[in-house]
Design a protein around this ligand. Structure first.
Ligand code: NAI
Length: 786
């Protein structure tokens, strides 16, 4: 023990330990172990596993390993409770959420100490960061419960939610998931991470204390197997997962075709960009918050510093100096900056990745750390995009530093990652910051700040960082749904196309064969085949038999049309109005075409009329479906921008061949996406006529590409394609399952539906849902006011 005299002599710091007595007492009361929290009560302790304090290695609790039957009990309880919970008024639900917020505040010291003991994070962070934000989340969502009916008219709760959370912010991640779910009228089965289940169990006690109706919140502890049982349970309506990208991908595959809605918050490798005119002192402190906060175990950690060459040497020197003052040690010491790594397995993983990086010849600068489950702050310089430290999410206090010359280089380096969770930009020039914010591929952008969170702003990623948002209006929307459309008659799989060679003598009508439409040009199918299109009983024409190669060409063409996403809403609206006018001018021709498929004249006319109206409606929306500004924290507002997904695949149903295609393509392009559309397989000619409309409407080349042919094969190629960011599929149930499964590779956003569910010629074929499905929200945090 250091004496005060010694401290005064050395001017070294003394320890300031937080008292952990209340937590030790609570743990000793549960020495025999913890059961699960199911249907409002704790179950008997079953088979258990040990939970350790990572800072000491001591076993602090024994917690039950949830079996499939425990999960089943929890789901049954949640299912039974759901109708009554959803049936309460929003005001009644709000009262419970307020109570939860208040009780969290009352127990805040206990929860903060427990979190630090269980997870290893410094008490300063759990006390000033995690727990206040937990309370804030419940307060904020109490408000959403109160307002849900007014703010989301017609929407209803999704049902029973299975939620699986990680160990880096154990109670905060619980709050992010549980608060919106309950506010919206869902019930929950939550599985905390096996390293850190204790605050979730303490929260269950708080929920009981608040009188939350039984079954509304169920907590089942256990490992990945328990998590898989939750995700795979047939009676769950929605899965919300936060964790590693690898597990996220497994879950995407596992839930494919199940009809469960899914949100994934996955890994990241976020850039931290420092321009030459940045306030370098502030930026150095920013790095401390970006990567040495929570031991770097943060999905949105700024783990790649990109610094302008002109100030790189100075910045690095300042950073190294700052690193010397970072204290690694006892999480319960109020002076500790970096606590313990969550588990020895994770510590070894960090060390292994750093060693790999070192073997590549990188220059490493490390601070000091005590023996045990600790890791020193680490800076790797001279890191290139080929390095393991650049590519892998390390999830530890390890940051790389790379230099750049121009803003363009900075963007290229920042976006050189399969992830897209967050980015932090440092410059005194607000024009530059906002320009970079627009170009960086990330769901969250912090300008002259980093790792700021608030319940009022959406959080979530682009690319392989997952999809869906938590927090704010977007987060609330993810726990609500529009009443499900009834499938009238499931769509039958279209028969295999009857292929004939393009040059086959038997066609005798070669010049009338509709071609594909790729990059603004008509293109012959690569296969060299066409297929017969039947109307009633006779063949009415031929369409190109598109294949994998055509899809690849179309994706390439769509990428070249990226300028479309940057055009103003007004400009896009002009083009859509032009499409509407040109379609209108050729209404008779399109009506005749539909009649040639065997449709009666009245229905054909109505369908063409609907398609025209739809073009006008989305033209009108192109400059109106914009984002909003969230009041988040003092000194910040967050600007929630609607950005296009990028390149999208759109596979259309067989029925309503013109209306369905227009209903799907128009919202996608109105929002700035470029699309590869696979039209009705059996009646593709309305689509191939449509490209003549596109050609005369100033639609830039590559914005709409049309590939006719075997829909599900083409949809599969699109779903598998890593350069396609979003995929809409309306067809058969099997096709929908296939699309969801195959899209797991790059974790693209999907929207699938049975072709029999929607009447495309009615109001069901149009709406804001189409626009929000065609966009992703980027939250840009900017300094504002004092
Ligand atoms: P993980 O993804 O395996 O664990 C997260 C949660 O998922 C835990 O509750 C776990 O029990 C559960 N889980 C595991 N397998 C599952 C499955 N098949 N089905 C359903 N649930 C399952 O992460 P892990 O192994 O603890 O950490 C490994 C790496 O993952 C870290 O080093 C880090 O890079 C990354 N990670 C990223 C997180 C993030 O928020 N982005 C959070 C945790 C880990």
């Amino acid at each position: 023990m250091t004496t005060i005299q010694e401290i005064l002599n050395t001017m070294d710091y003394g320890t300031a330990p937080e008292d952990s007595k209340i937590v030790r007492e609570w743990l000793s009361k549960h020495e025999s172990g913890f059961g699960h929290f199911i249907n409002g009560a704790f179950t008997k302790v079953g088979e258990t596993f040990d939970v350790q304090n990572p800072a000491t290695g001591d076993v602090i609790a024994r917690v039950s390993q949830g079996s499939a039957s425990d999960v089943d009990d929890a789901v049954k309880a949640a299912r039974a409770a759901q109708p009554k919970w959803a049936g309460l008024s929003g005001h009644e639900r709000a009262k419970y959420l307020y109570a939860l917020a208040r009780h969290v505040q009352q127990h805040s010291r206990f929860l903060a100490v427990l979190e630090s003991i269980d997870n290893g994070k410094p008490i300063r962070e759990s006390r000033d960061g995690d727990i206040p934000l937990v309370a804030r989340h419940f307060y904020h969502h109490a408000g959403w419960a109160e307002l849900a009916e007014d703010e989301f008219p017609g929407a209803e709760a999704v049902g029973v939610c299975g939620q699986v959370i990680p160990w880096n912010f154990p109670l905060l991640m619980l709050a992010w998931k549980v608060a919106p779910a309950l506010a919206a009228g869902n019930t929950v089965v939550l599985k905390p991470a096996e390293y850190t289940p204790l605050t979730a169990l303490a929260f269950a006690q708080i929920a009981a204390e608040c009188g939350l109706p039984k079954g509304v919140l169920n907590i089942v502890t256990g490992d990945g197997e328990t998590g898989a049982a939750v995700v795979g349970h047939e009676n769950i309506d929605k899965v919300a997962f936060t964790g590693s990208t690898d597990v996220g991908r497994i879950i995407r595959q596992q839930t494919a075709g199940s009809g469960k809605s899914l949100t994934l918050e996955l890994g990241g490798k976020s850039p931290f960009i420092v321009f030459a005119d940045a306030d370098l002192d502030a930026a150095v402190e920013g790095v401390v918050d970006a990567i040495w906060f929570n031991q770097g175990q943060v999905c949105c950690a700024g783990s790649r510093i990109l610094v302008a060459e002109a100030v790189a040497a100075k910045f690095e020197k300042m950073l190294r100096k700052r690193m010397e003052t970072i204290r690694v040690g006892d999480p319960l010491d109020k002076n500790t900056d970096i606590g313990a790594i969550v588990h020895p397995v994770q510590r070894d993983r960090i060390a292994e990745l750093v060693n790999k990086g070192a073997s590549e010849g990188l220059d490493l600068c490390q601070g000091t750390a005590p023996e045990g489950c600790f890791y020193p702050p680490t800076l790797a310089t001279g890191v290139s995009p080929a390095s393991v430290l650049w590519n892998e999410e390390i999830f530890g206090p390890v940051v790389t530093l790379t230099t750049f010359r121009t803003p363009k280089d900075a963007i290229a380096l920042a976006n050189n990652s399969r992830y897209g969770l967050a980015a932090s930009i440092w410059s005194e020039n607000v024009n530059l910051c906002l320009d970079i914010a627009a170009k960086v591929k990330a769901g969250v952008v912090w300008i002259n700040c980093t790792n700021v969170f608030d319940a009022g702003a959406g959080f979530g990623g682009y690319r392989e960082s997952g999809f869906g948002r938590e927090g704010g209006r977007e987060g609330m929307a993810a726990y609500l749904k529009q009443p499900k459309l009834k499938v009238k008659k499931p769509e039958a799989a279209p028969a295999a196309p009857n292929a004939v060679p393009v040059d086959g003598a038997e066609i005798g009508m070669i010049d009338r064969t509709a071609k594909l439409y790729i990059g603004g040009k008509q293109a012959r199918p690569d296969s060299g085949y066409v297929y017969a299109v039947n109307g009633g009983k006779k063949t009415v024409g031929h369409a190109g038999l598109g294949s994998r190669k055509d899809v690849r060409n179309a994706v390439e063409a769509a990428h070249k049309a990226a300028g479309w996403g940057k055009a103003t809403g007004h400009n896009r609206a002009q083009v859509l109005y032009y499409i509407a006018e040109n379609l209108s001018a050729r209404a008779k021709e399109f009506t005749d075409r539909l009649v040639s498929f065997g449709m009666n004249n009245g229905a054909a006319k109505a369908e063409v009329e609907t398609a025209i109206r739809r073009c006008f409606w989305y033209a009108a929306q192109a400059d109106k479906f914009d984002g909003m500004v969230h009041q988040t924290k003092t000194n910040n507002v967050s600007i929630a921008m609607h950005e296009p997904l990028g390149v999208m695949g759109v596979a259309c149903p067989n029925g309503s061949p013109l209306a369905a295609m227009v209903s799907l393509v128009m919202p996608a392009i109105a929002m700035g996406n470029a699309v590869i559309v696979v039209p009705s397989q059996d009646h593709p000619l309305a689509a191939t006529d449509f490209y003549q409309v596109l050609e005369t409407s100033d639609v830039p080349a590559g914005v709409v590409n049309i590939i006719t042919g075997p829909r599900d094969d083409l949809a599969k190629t699109l779903a598998q394609h890593d350069d396609v960011a979003g995929m809409w599929y309306v067809g058969t149930a099997e096709g929908a399952e296939m699309v969801e499964r195959e899209s797991a590779g790059n974790l693209k956003q999907t929207w699938t539906e049975d072709g029999g569910a929607r009447d495309w010629t009615s109001a069901q074929g149009q709406g804001k849902e189409f626009l929000s499905r065609a966009t992703q929200v980027k939250n840009i945090w900017v300094p504002y006011g004092e």
